[in-house]
Write a protein that binds this ligand. Sequence first.
Ligand code: ADP
Ligand code: MG
Length: 732
Amino acid sequence: MSDSSNSSANTHTKNNPQAGLGANQCAAVPAAAKQPVGQIRLEMAVQYLKGVGPARAGAFAKLGVNTVGDLLEYYPRDWDFAPGAMKIGQLKAGETAAIVGLVESTDYRPYSRQPVFEVMLADETGICKVVWFHGGYLRNQVNPGQMMMAWGKVSEYKNQLQLANPKFRIIEQQIQKPEEFFSGGVYAAVGGLSSGQIKKIIRPVLEGLEGLVGEFYEDEFRKKAELTGRKDAISWIHLPPDEEKLARAKRRLKFDELFLMQTGLALRRHRHNCFASAVAMKFTEEIDRRIRRRFPFLLTEEQDKCIGEIVGDMQKRQPMNRLLQGDVGCGKTVVALYATLLAVANKTQAAIMAPTEILANQHLVSIERYLRDSDVKRVLITGGLTGSKRTEILKQIKNGEIDIVVGTVALLEKDIEFKKLGLAVIDEQHKFGVHQRAELRKDGTPHCLVMTATPIPRTLAMTVFGDLDVSIIGKSPPGRGEVVTRWVAAEDRIKAYEFIKERLRARKQAYFVFPRITGMEEEGDVKAATDGWRELSKVFGEYKVELLHGRMNSEKKQKIMTEFRKGKIDVLVATVVIEVGVDIPNATIMVIEGADRFGLAQLHQLRGRIGRGTDKSFCFLFAEFHKSNQDPENEVAKSRLEMMERSNDGFEIAEHDLKLRGPGELFSTRQHGLPDLKIANIIDDYDLLVMARRCAFELVSTDPMLTVPNHKNIRRALITKFGEALGLADVA
Ligand code: ADP
Ligand code: MG
């Protein structure tokens, strides 16, 4: 039970005299106050509801509630179940009861050990004492002659039954179901609008749901899927008759929310497929042979499978809209490059967009590696490119002299025009929003391939990337050595160093990664890279130990990386700058200091730097706290480190990460142009999500504009949630 309803007096107020004292805590409830039912519409502004003026409408707006429809979807955060009303004569000690009676007398005794406010409440069957400790503030609100409802636990005191600190209401006249006033939703409140007030505003609306809330689905489907009617669900979520009905209401409303989201995605995809057109690429064995010749290895079966899917898409006029997924180092870049070269072979241009300059650079480097001595022209565009050099390059892009443009978001600058953009590759999609994905398409619609740096949990693949087709590289290229990960206890540090020395003696190389560049007082004992470098230079005295971090100039960084690549440096002490784009097979040791400071995805990314050659690799994790530490504050970090020891599977790790962090932190539905989820949770409600997705895509495949009369309620709900973006509004 929640004690936060502002329209109740309860023990909570004892410690916090301010709590629960909303302006009209005990304002009379206009019993049987009914809205002129039939005049209310879902689109109507809440301000026109009884009990809502401009001030409260403003408070509602802060809660995201503007219309009656929003109000009905302002779901409670908790629920009270008050027992049925009883006559005073039937009360028994120990039970919880709601009673209604006349206030016969009131009394305040401030000088007893606990100051107490007393009411004698009477109905036709008896009289009951109702007391509030520290209830002095009630003197002005409760007076003899009033009708009062009270709800609480019945106790016995000096052989008399009484209610102590109950929730209560002053009412104007006898009402039928007093328990309903104490039951039902408890709402997240906001300044100027308490849960109790929201309750009072919403209840009358619930009585007129007929005609206000339309059903989405046919009876047959609802039966099969065991979904309660929408009208009942809305009514029960706010005022559930019992727990079982509440559960049914939740399930139905979660399903609806997921279903509407998925229908929106299905429509988005449908529109994209129908209304845009791209260059249908020609594909021949000769082209395939020429592209493959560029790679110094055979493509794996998994890469071939993905390439097959991509080529299939690119041969159509319908623009490709595909997500390429796979673990770090599994060979995605190579697949993307294949697609790029197919576009170039078809005399169109390709753009590759990465989220950071380092990554964009890295792409160019690997492209250079594969395209050495080819006449394919490629350039890099970043924010740093300015002046006449930029002007010249833009000119070349515009007249088609340049085939491949690699860059950062700087690629989206308005003045960049392509002669004929055939393919857009977007790396690390999750750092961009869907809007940017759309922007790269401004000059006609190229085929679009989205890559992510780490695997995406299936739930996210179905939601924020839900309008994309998905290709997955499930296995890395063969011949990679095993990677063993250990969380090392502080007392075993020397042992770990000894082990590393042995590997160095065998001419292997090591990374030491630190969470920060330099030490900071307030960070306590978190080791910084510069300090670590000094210390490790002593520990590994006979080896060459170098430092690398983001604040060094790029020339220096470049030089150190080159030396490390050539094996001239044995130990590289670094920050996360080495997280992406470094591929040195002879480096088989990775030590991560302050590993508890890193997120799971990042740890996995870092570890992806080793295990690239055929030798066995080792990843050592050092945490700031001791392994046996029971401090709950470290629980999440502990769980992450244990996961790292247990698994090398990026998909499994991503899934675990999502569970640890919750969906809210990892993705913003808004950013991806999707409505917020108010009641469903993509992790907990995974089964519903799968079902909703299937139904939504089925619906859109049979009725893509939702013009079938039976679908009008779905259509209306979609327009409300997605606005005009889905193009539904223009069809009557
Ligand atoms: P990702 O982009 O998925 O992280 P990359 O495409 O950068 O992976 O590939 C990682 C490494 O594997 C690179 O060094 C690349 O040259 C190598 N590689 C990719 N495909 C193959 C293959 N089929 N056989 C052998 N090595 C490969
Ligand atoms: Mg890569």
